[in-house]
Ligand binder design. Structure first.
Ligand SMILES: [Zn+2]
Length: 486
């Protein structure tokens, strides 16, 4: 079956080897870009609320001489693109919110229509397919719901944006003569008509990268350093690797933890010892935050951001390394994963929050990569009670887990590493009633208890039955002791 060619970009970050004079020029450009982006974003947000949406062609009345017309246009495209993608995420949440509401079906239908066209703030009258105009009160309701979503999320922040520079202002060229630097970037700066030449450092992984190099180049700040992001379209290469991929197992379930990053239903325990590393980062961050607070300073500072970037880099490389390894050993067709929420009492609230945010994004990124590269799909299942349920018999009890890593079933005596047991439960939840992510935790417990009692209707005999002293089974106990007192 012929597939439509869609570009898949991968970005390699290359350090530069330019002298301080050139670096000053690049940093001045970056500062001007960010300033322009913040102003452009304010203008585009006004358009969202007055005209209904951002507009790539709508030029803000800004002082373009500061950054030049070409750069100003690149800034606008970047800002509009990010606002559009942010709005589209809100639109998805809007849809879920409305679906879960008790609104009248006809109103729901109209509200979905408004949302589908991202027309919450569009001042023009809106007609449904049958020609009926959506009444003002419904449109007001849509705006109210949407405002509530707006308030729940931080808008994209452009004050620390990266530059995405197109071929009008940057060009990559291999060294023309013998040179220690194999790749150069020729870049326009704020000095009109003059380009600077930036030598870039390459590395093996980049040189082996197959694909078509994009004409745009990203210039960004990472941990305080300027780096150049070179993008390559790897779509063809990935199509070939998807074609060649031969799954050896149907599905592999992953339990995500902090002591071991990933445990699988096959018994793998990978990324051990990363809690220690996280605790190190945690201590550094806590110390810095305490110092800054004690001196009446804002917690966020360049140094703080560098630490957070360091955390992100660590999570990214660990997640990538461990997932690559799992794909190598098991070659699954599908990966089953719990909804991600890192929480560990050995870490501060600050680090738990950062880690959840970063971990979610990095794991999703890697899973997307595996999908594009090998066609491996991902199924998300709810994790509720998966650490207390025995994967062998289905008995759920807080006492099944007497120690952190050991799982020992109070019903059947089955023993296993706790995280591996949890991963096996996740695998079982691929199909069945417990897979619905929208179900509240309590409903999942009720289902687990019901299923178990269906298999074992009568008490084992006296106090030997752990259900009799398990609060999860209180209702069942009331029923059985009523009919046959022991
Ligand atoms: Zn058991």
């Amino acid at each position: 079956m012929p597939t439509k060619k869609i570009a898949i970009y991968r970005t390699d970050l290359l350090p530069h080897r330019m002298n301080p004079g050139k670096e000053t020029k690049v940093r001045a450009l970056l500062a001007a870009w960010r300033k322009a982006a913040v102003a452009e974003a304010a203008f585009q947000w006004r358009l969202v609320f007055t005209e209904g949406r951002p507009n790539k062609r709508h030029k803000a009345k800004l002082s373009e001489q500061a950054i030049g017309a070409a750069y100003q246009q690149m800034v606008r495209w970047q800002v509009v693109g990010q606002i559009e993608s942010w709005l589209s995420n809100r639109s998805n949440e809007f849809r879920d919110l409305v679906n879960g509401s008790s609104l009248d079906p006809a109103v729901k239908h109209q509200i979905h229509f408004i949302n589908r066209w991202l027309a919450w703030f569009d001042p023009k009258p809106l007609k449904m397919k049958d020609g009926a105009e959506i009444p003002e009160e419904v449109r007001r309701l849509a705006r109210t719901i949407f405002r509530r979503l707006l308030n729940r999320h931080r808008k994209p922040n452009f004050s620390r944006a990266s530059m995405v520079i197109d071929q009008r202002c940057i060009a990559l060229a291999p060294a023309s003569r013998a040179s220690t630097h194999p790749l150069w970037a020729r870049l326009s700066t704020l000095d009109k008509g003059r380009r600077i030449e930036v030598p870039l450092a390459t590395y093996d992984h980049f040189e082996r990268r197959q694909g078509k190099r994009a004409l745009s180049v990203q210039v960004m700040e990472r941990e305080g350093q300027i780096v150049f992001g070179v993008m390559t379209d790897v779509a063809e290469d990935f199509a070939a690797s998807r074609e060649a991929y031969r799954p050896r197992c149907e599905a592999l379930a992953l339990d995500i933890g902090l002591k071991t990053l990933f445990a699988t239903n096959q018994g793998d325990l990978l990324g051990r010892g990363w809690l220690e590393r996280l605790q190190q980062i945690d201590r550094k961050l806590t110390k810095l935050a305490a110092y800054r607070q004690a001196h009446g300073l804002k917690v966020r500072s360049p140094r703080y951001r560098r630490y957070v970037e360091g955390l992100r880099g660590f999570v990214r490389s660990e997640v990538g390394r461990v997932l690559n390894r799992l794909v190598e050993t098991h070659a699954p067709a599908e990966i089953v994963i719990e909804r991600i929420a890192f929480r560990n009492q050995a870490l501060t609230r600050r680090l738990n929050r950062l880690l959840t945010l970063i971990g979610k994004r990095e794991i999703a990124r890697k899973l997307q990569d595996l999908n594009e590269r090998f066609g491996i799909t991902t199924t998300e299942v709810p994790a509720a009670y998966s650490s207390q349920e025995d994967s062998a018999c289905g008995y759920v009890d807080t006492r099944n887990r007497p120690r952190q890593e050991a799982f020992c079933c109070r019903w059947c005596g089955h023993k296993r590493h706790a995280d591996v047991n949890a991963a096996r439960n996740l695998l079982a939840r691929r199909s069945g009633k417990t897979t619905d992510l929208r179900r509240p935790k309590q409903a999942i417990l009720v289902e687990l208890v019901r299923r178990f009692n269906e298999r074992f209707t009568r008490p084992k005999g006296g106090p030997a039955d752990p259900r009799l002293s398990n609060p999860y089974f209180r209702q069942w106990k009331a029923q059985v002791t009523l009919t046959e007192p022991c």
